[in-house]
Structures are given as C-alpha cells and as structure tokens.
Design a protein around this ligand. Sequence first.
Ligand SMILES: [Zn+2]
Length: 220
Amino acid sequence: MVKIERSFPAPSSLEAEAKKKSGSYEKSDVVERLKQDFHNKCYICELKNLQDPQVEHLLPHKNGRYPERKFDWNNLFWSCGHCNGVKNQNIYDSGILDCCKVDPEKRIIFRLKEEQIELLPLMKQADEETDRTIELIKAVFNLRNTGMRVYKSDMRLKELQKEMNILFKNLNDLKKRPDKRIVLYKLRALLKRESAFAAFKRCYVRERIDEYPQLESYIQ
Ligand SMILES: [Zn+2]
C-alpha cells in the first residue's frame, strides 16, 4: 500500500446519485477517475491492471445503513474483487489506513522473506488502523479458507515474487555497471508509487540505501 493523490473536486455524478432512492456510486465518471487516481492498481494488494476492479468503501456503508458513506468521494477506493471480499469482515469495519491521507510507507515495513510476506509496524506503539491494515494485507496474500482464495492468494504472492526478482536483477546490474543509464532508468520506473507492489520494492531499497545511494531520490 502506497500513498495515493486523490483528485478533486469529486466526480459530479456522486452528488446527484446520492439524492436518488437507489442511486449508484459507480457511474462512469467515478470509475474512470478512481482508475486514474489509483493507477489502475488495487490499493490493498498492489496488483496492477485489474481484470475485476471494484469500487470499494473504506468505511462500509452496510447496505445503506450509513448512506453518508456510500457516496462520499473520500470513502471510495479502487480495489480488486479478492481484496474487497477479504476486507468485507466486521474486524475491518472500524477502518484501516486511509492511503489518500496518510503515507502507509511511513507506518509499515513491507518485506518478502523466504517466499512469505512480512509486515511490521514502523512505530513501536502502532495505532489500531495500522495494525488492521497489516492484518488485512497479510490476509490477502495468505488466506486459504476456500479453493478460490488459495488460488488468488498464491497468484498474488507469485506476482510479487516475480516483480521482486525483476528488481533484484536490476539492482545487480547497477552494482556491476553503476554508470549505465538504462539501468537507472529501469529502476526509477520500478520504484514509482504507481508500479505493481511498489511498497515492497521501495522498502527493500530503503532498507539497503547505503548500498544504492544513487536511488535515494526514487524512493522519496
Ligand atoms: Zn487486491
């Protein structure tokens, strides 16, 4: 999970739809804007180019029990169906980090360790939202309570490993040829917030910045 810059003003359909008896919070203007603002990446698992994107409510509207949440632009997020489904449990109802308002990279350490993800709070006394966010991200990579979830969690873990291997290859190339501009160019793209699994890649480099001082500006 990385920081997202939400654009304003809110898509215009939201205000009109909120006044209707059964209005929709996913008209084209909302969908297009979320896709753009979130770089077509699930804000929870960071999988790119989603086949099954969904408009997710950070704080659930509970079938309209909280109508003010349903059409609130600040409460609408871009996620994959897998993460939306996993998050749809009472334990997450009191909220996770709002990545449009706080920078998750300043709260959480993201690591891939021996084919498992490891997420730790950065601060000794983490707030509840950080703890719940950690639980949720761990769950979307690890949950195996149905056959489909085994498949979807494994798929995300494999995609993360693939992306990390591309990063490792380029970091190796950089060590061998520190003057090669194409390698720096590739690393800059790999470390952009909009790239797949950016939080994990940026954290890896951040924790080894002494070895790669020339990448400092790419992880700001
Ligand atoms: Zn996801």
